[in-house]
Design a protein around this ligand. Structure first.
Ligand SMILES: Cc1cc2nc3c(=O)[nH]c(=O)nc-3n(C[C@H](O)[C@H](O)[C@H](O)COP(=O)(O)OP(=O)(O)OC[C@H]3O[C@@H](n4cnc5c(N)ncnc54)[C@H](O)[C@@H]3O)c2cc1C
Length: 239
């Protein structure tokens, strides 16, 4: 297997055109490749500046999870800190987690930030809907969002060998003169998202969320949402 390490977008596009498979930390693909055979070419984005941003409003796909610190909003930082073990976090990348894993602990966090995906295409880089980029397994360069007023993340304890632990992510954004609450819940392998105005207090926001897809949540999950939303309300500027 030839491992390409492009240092510019045109170079990455060239390797992409040659059929190089994207690879992050290889924490998932290594076992598959050993079992099924290695691809002819792979491409890591770790030397590509565009894939290494760690900023208030951007995160690169090649960033290793344990490098995610307080430069990014709390919701993403806590999501990354809760992935797997220390050994996994030292190797696994944002791109591998969002596009390549089935658990995708970072996805609810990225969704409540209203993140957009920056993808690499043969002839351009393209900003697009994150859920779509993930579903279509596009080559991800990174994600971008608008910084929220406050955000939070909770991953409930799971049982070994049991279903994926419940994840609740929430953020409040300033939208013109108003405030918008975004909530995303990973329940099993499914990620549900909903928005609600956050101008009239916690009760009104929770009531509005009850009218969305989140109405289908089981009582324990709904209680976790209620807790996170209530906690966020107390941390809003002027609260
Ligand atoms: C012991 C263990 C515990 C774990 N626990 C958790 C957990 O609690 N929560 C959780 O969310 N995950 C968990 N994971 C999954 C972990 O997050 C993944 O291993 C990791 O996200 C894969 O990242 P990677 O960079 O190693 O990807 P790789 O193994 O390199 O790649 C995985 C897939 O992603 C694709 N890919 C990589 N980068 C990109 C990119 N930039 N654009 C498009 N596709 C790309 C690859 O082509 C491949 O198909 C766990 C994994 C292990 C081994």
């Amino acid at each position: 297997m030839l491992l390409h390490l492009p240092t510019s977008v045109p170079e990455a596009q060239e390797f992409m055109a040659q059929g190089a498979v994207p690879v992050g930390g290889a924490t998932l693909v290594w076992a598959t490749w050993q079992r099924d055979g290695f691809p002819e070419r792979a491409m890591s984005l770790r030397n590509l500046p565009e894939a290494n941003a760690i900023e208030r409003e951007a995160l690169g796909a090649a960033v290793v999870l344990n490098r995610i610190d307080d430069r990014v909003p709390e919701v993403l930082r806590r999501a990354a800190a809760g992935v797997g073990t220390g050994a996994v976090r030292r190797t696994a990348t944002v791109g591998g987690n969002l596009v390549g894993s089935t658990l995708r602990c970072l996805l609810p966090a990225a969704l409540v930030l209203g993140s957009r995906a920056i993808t690499l295409e043969p002839d351009r880089t393209h900003e697009t809907d994150l859920a779509e980029a993930v579903a279509k397994q596009h080559l991800l360069l990174g994600i971008r969002w608008r910084e929220p007023l406050v955000s939070t993340y909770d991953k409930l304890p799971g049982e070994a060998g049991g279903p994926p632990p419940l994840v609740v992510a929430a953020a409040v954004h300033a939208a013109d003169e108003r405030r918008l609450l975004r909530v995303a819940v990973r329940d099993g392998h499914q990620v549900l998202g909903a928005n609600a105005p956050f101008d009239g207090g916690t009760g009104a926001a929770l009531h509005a969320l009850r009218e969305t897809d989140l109405a289908a949540l089981h009582p324990e999950a709904w209680e976790a949402v209620r807790r996170q939303v209530t906690g966020l309300a107390g941390r809003l500027p002027g609260a």
